[in-house]
Design a protein around this ligand. Structure first.
Ligand SMILES: *Cc1c(COP(=O)(O)O)cnc(C)c1O
Length: 373
C-alpha cells in the first residue's frame, strides 16, 4: 500500500463540489431554508405561504431570462425526464426532428420514438464530442435540441430553424445550459430546465419557459382528444402554474432553494452576470488544460466547448479515475466523467454557483495529484 495522497488545505477550493447535477447548493440557501423550517416546510402547498414561494420562483425565473411578451413560466413535478414525456403527449402534433449529440438528447428521442401516436422522428446525430444540428424539413411540426449536452460538455447556440414550416415549434433542453449560457428566448418556443444544475437547488421539478405558440399548441392537442395521462397533462401544468401551484405535491425545499437561488443570481446581475461568471470558470479550466502536458479539452472544436460543463481528457498513462478518486478522498467530489461516455476524463461543472477561484484551485489540485500518482 502506498501512502494516500493528501492535498494541502491551502491548495484546495473553498467548496469542493463540482458535480454537473445535482450540483453545488449554496450554504446561504440552506441557511435561509432553515430559517423557515417551522413556518414553510411541512405546510400545505395549497396555502399562501407555499404559493408565495412558487410565485417568487416563477417571477424570479422570468426576470432572470428577460421573459418576452406572452411567454409564461410553467412548472410541474418530475424533473426534466417528466417534461420529455409531457412534451411527447402534449406538444408534438405528429412529427418531430431532433439534433442528438449525447445521452440526454437521446432520452427524449427515445420517448418520442416509443410513442405509438407519433410518426417516427427524424434524428440528426453526432458522435460524443461533436454537435448535430436541426435543419428545415417539410412536415416537421416540432424541432428539439439540447443547449448544453451535460454528458459530453458540448454547447450550441439556441437558434430557430430557418425555413421551418410556419407554426413549427422549437423545444430547447436547457437543463444544464440554462442559467450558465446566454440565450435569447425569442429564438425558441420552450426553454426547459430543472433546478438541480445551474440553479443550484435540488431535483424533482421541471421549469419550462413557453412561448404563446407553444401554449396554444398544448391546448390544441388536448382539445384534439388525444389520450394524455393526467400527470403528464401540459394544460393542467399551465393552469396550475398560473395559480402559483403544481398539479400534485412539490418538494417544498426544492421550490424554496430554487427561489432563493434565483433571487441571489438576479441580485448579482442576472443572466449577464451568470454567463460571464461561467465563462470565467471555463477560461480557467480550458486555459489550464491547453497549457498542461497531460490534460486536453475533450471537445476539439473550441466553439463547441461548453461554459457550463467542462470535459477534460487525460493522456495515456495518467488515470483520470485515479485522480477523481484522490480528489474525492480529499473532499473534492463528483469530477468523474459521464459513465457511458467511457473516456479517460474528468468532468467539471462551471455553473454560476461555482466560484471561478475554486475552479482555479481545482486545477492546482489536479496538478498536485498528477505529480504524485
Ligand atoms: C440532468 C439533465 C437532464 C435530466 O434531468 P432530470 O431532472 O434528472 O430528469 C436532462 N437533460 C439535460 C441536458 C441534463 O443535464
Amino acid at each position: 500500500m502506498t501512502e494516500p495522497i493528501r492535498i494541502p488545505d491551502d491548495l484546495k477550493p473553498v467548496d469542493g463540489r463540482f458535480g454537473s447535477g445535482p450540483s453545488k447548493v449554496r450554504p446561504e440557501g440552506v441557511e435561509a431554508l432553515a430559517r423557515v423550517a417551522t413556518t414553510f416546510l411541512g405546510t400545505s402547498h395549497r396555502q399562501k405561504t407555499v404559493k408565495d414561494e412558487v410565485a417568487r420562483l416563477r417571477r424570479g425565473i422570468g426576470e432572470f431570462f428577460g421573459l418576452p411578451d406572452g411567454y409564461e413560466v410553467i412548472i410541474s413535478n418530475g424533473g426534466t425526464s417528466a417534461f420529455w414525456e409531457t412534451a411527447t403527449f402534449g406538444l408534438i402534433r405528429e412529427k418531430a426532428q431532433f439534433a442528438e449529440f449525447g445521452e440526454f438528447g437521446a432520452k427524449f428521442v427515445k420517448a418520442v420514438t416509443d410513442a405509438p401516436f407519433l410518426a417516427d422522428p427524424t434524428v440528426h446525430k453526432a458522435p460524443g464530442g461533436g454537435a448535430a444540428y436541426l435543419r428545415a424539413e417539410a412536415g416537421v411540426d416540432t424541432y428539439a435540441s439540447v443547449q448544453n449536452e451535460t454528458s459530453t460538455g458540448v454547447a450550441v447556440p439556441v437558434k430557430r430553424v430557418a425555413g421551418a414550416d410556419p407554426g413549427a415549434l422549437l423545444l430547447t433542453d436547457a437543463t444544464s445550459g440554462g442559467g450558465s449560457l446566454d440565450v435569447d428566448l425569442t429564438e425558441t418556443d420552450v426553454y426547459y430546465l430543472a433546478p438541480q444544475k445551474a440553479f443550484g437547488s435540488d431535483g424533482g421539478l421541471w421549469i419550462a419557459l413557453m412561448s404563446p405558440a407553444a401554449i396554444d399548441r398544448a391546448y390544441k392537442i388536448k382539445e384534439s382528444g388525444r389520450y394524455i395521462p393526467q400527470f403528464l397533462d401540459l394544460v393542467t401544468a399551465i393552469e396550475q402554474s398560473r395559480l402559483e401551484q403544481t398539479y400534485n405535491t412539490p418538494a417544498l425545499a426544492t421550490v424554496f432553494l430554487a427561489a432563493e437561488q434565483v433571487d441571489w443570481m438576479n441580485a448579482q446581475g442576472g443572466l449577464a452576470w451568470a454567463a460571464k461568471r461561467s465563462a470565467e470558470s471555463a477560461a480557467a479550466i480550458y486555459g489550464w488544460a491547453d497549457r498542461s502536458t497531460v490534460a486536453t479539452p475533450f471537445i476539439t472544436e473550441p466553439a463547441l466547448r461548453s461554459n457550463a460543463v467542462a470535459t477534460i481528457d487525460f493522456a495515456d498513462g495518467v488515470d483520470a479515475a485515479a485522480i477523481a478518486k484522490v480528489l474525492r478522498a480529499n473532499g473534492i467530489v463528483d469530477t468523474e466523467p459521464y459513465r457511458k461516455l467511457g473516456r479517460n476524463q474528468l468532468r467539471v461543472a462551471l455553473y454560476p454557483t461555482v466560484d471561478p477561484a475554486d475552479v482555479e484551485a481545482l486545477t492546482r489540485c489536479i496538478d498536485f495529484i498528477v505529480d504524485r500518482l
